[in-house]
Write a protein that binds this ligand. Structure first.
Ligand code: SF4
Ligand code: SF4
Length: 483
């Protein structure tokens, strides 16, 4: 009874479609019966078209940026260096320390809500166009295509017995994959360790244990993910694939097949102009949309979580439609409401909510960045004794002033204290610290106990940056005496 009620409420909200289980037509006749059927290899057919051109140019641009950025210099240093060992991230003039965690947190919040916003509006375009897994996979497919040939040639090659020709093509493909994976792994590790020595040191076995391990690890992961795992990463391992449906609504743009226009599908000749009279729709059942799909799905079966919104099936179908003389757009980026003939609703509460949080995150990030002081100031009291008597009958307290120069230039810091009248400062009052370095200054304060009103006096240390009067950081502490 309970089950029946649950079924009624679920089907009330969601249009359930029966999807045939044998839609993945990659390598027929090679499935293992049982709970975990073996994975059929997907032979992706190369396709040209507007969406593939956009994806390719975006890939070139961001891959170029990825490869270029670690080589840029700023003030004689690597401009972007995320030094985990020293716990400081340098990005041009900005150096982030563990104390700047809030800035990093805002960056992550902005990235997360940016992704939520784009997903609600335009589905999984991140996956199809920018996700490193997709970008690297498409590059690896390009190597495969150039060395082993077209989809049909690759399928034929795999069915052939091993020969010198087959071995040399396979060997060259894997060699290119490993070389590209190694090269990009070196670039990636170059964001975390000085890149100018990394390449030479790696190949001369002088890169150090952790750098070498990191390069080998990322080479292995890239080769494995883009060469072997491919769509498995997207369909079984990526958490985003699982929760993105929570952001979708009926006005989210996704790649979709216009079933009302396309069905009933069926082959026909180009000259056949009265196919509609025979009950046929515009889909000629050429299966091109399936052959070009990197995740091996048939978009005609409806929205599926495996779809990465790459648009390859749109280009393939538009190509077919053009050849047949039909209007393009049988498969397109569209919304569920549009497919049902309802209007589009761009401004909707969920989208506006994500946008509002995104805007707040950007403003908070800008404010945190703007109000960030270029120094960090701490005071440590001498743990050995609360105070010490001097030969003149005064009491002396010892402190260690610790300052982090968060800028990238050397700075001279000037220290002072308030709250303790007529106190004597014993030690230097200035300290010059190199950019991005930490330095400590042990000092003592001496005071006449008869001039103090109580045994514990609250005092304030202040540090200023020489030549920058508007930068000043204060810390409170206490002065102990015997009265
Ligand atoms: S169904 Fe179309 S958009 Fe989705 S992954 Fe396959 S080719 Fe790309
Ligand atoms: S490419 Fe277009 S016409 Fe060909 S099977 Fe797919 S939807 Fe039908």
């Amino acid at each position: 009874m309970t089950n029946t009620m649950a079924e009624v409420s679920v089907t009330d909200k969601i249009d359930v479609k029966n999807i045939p289980v044998d839609v993945q037509l990659h390598k027929p006749g090679k499935t293992t019966p049982g709970r975990y059927p073996s994975r059929d290899r997907i032979y992706v057919r190369a396709m040209k078209g507007m969406h593939q051109a956009i994806r390719r140019y975006m890939g070139f641009f961001f891959m170029g940026l990825f490869m270029l950025l670690p080589w840029l210099r700023y003030n004689g240093e690597q401009a972007i260096l995320l030094n985990i060992a020293e716990q400081k991230f340098s990005i041009y003039a900005l150096t982030l320390w563990p104390q700047d965690f809030t800035i990093l947190a805002w960056i992550f919040i902005i990235a997360a809500y940016g992704l939520f916003f784009v997903t609600t509006f335009y589905g999984r375009v991140w996956c199809g166009y920018l996700c490193p897994q997709s970008v690297w996979t498409f590059i690896f497919m390009w190597f495969e295509e150039k060395i082993q040939g077209s989809r049909n040639q690759r399928m034929k090659l795999d069915q052939q017995p091993w020969s010198f020709n087959k071995f040399s093509k396979k060997f060259l493909t894997h060699l290119c994959w490993v070389a590209f994976a190694l090269f990009t792994a070196l670039i990636f590790v170059g964001y975390f360790t000085p890149i100018d020595h990394l390449f030479l040191n790696f190949f001369t076995l002088q890169a150090g244990f952790w750098a070498t391990l990191a390069v080998l690890f990322f080479t292995f992961c890239t080769y494995g993910n883009a060469g072997w795992m491919r769509e498995i990463m997207c369909t079984h391992m990526c958490p985003y694939a699982r929760f993105q449906s929570a952001m979708f609504d009926k006005d989210t743009f996704t790649v979709a097949y216009d079933e009302r226009r396309g069905e009933t599908r069926g082959p026909r000749s180009r000259k056949d102009t009265d196919y509609k009279a025979r009950g046929l729709g515009d889909c000629i059942d050429c299966n091109l949309c399936v052959h070009v799909c990197p995740t091996g799905i048939d978009i005609r079966n409806g929205l599926q979580y495996e779809c990465i919104n790459c648009g390859a099936c749109i280009d393939a179908c538009d190509d077919t439609m053009e050849k047949m003389g039909y209007p393009k757009g049988l498969i397109s980026y569209t919304t569920e409401n549009r497919l049902q003939g309802k209007g589009a609703h761009i401004l909707r509460p969920k989208l506006l909510g994500y946008f509002a949080v995104l805007l707040i995150g950007c403003l908070a990030f800008a404010y945190t960045l703007h109000s960030r002081q270029p120094l960090e100031f701490d005071i440590l009291r001498d743990r050995g004794a609360l105070f010490r008597d001097t030969s003149e009958g005064w009491v002396e307290n010892t402190y260690t002033l610790r300052v982090i120069n968060k800028s990238q230039q050397p700075q001279t810091f000037v220290f002072s204290v308030s709250g303790l009248e007529d106190a004597r400062w014993i030690g230097p009052t200035e300290l010059t610290v190199a950019g991005g370095e930490t330095a400590s200054l042990p000092i003592s304060l001496a005071a006449d106990p008869w001039e103090l009103a109580q045994p514990v006096t609250d005092i304030t240390f202040t540090v200023r940056v020489e030549g920058q009067p508007d930068i000043e950081v204060s810390q409170t502490n206490r002065f102990f005496s015997r009265r």
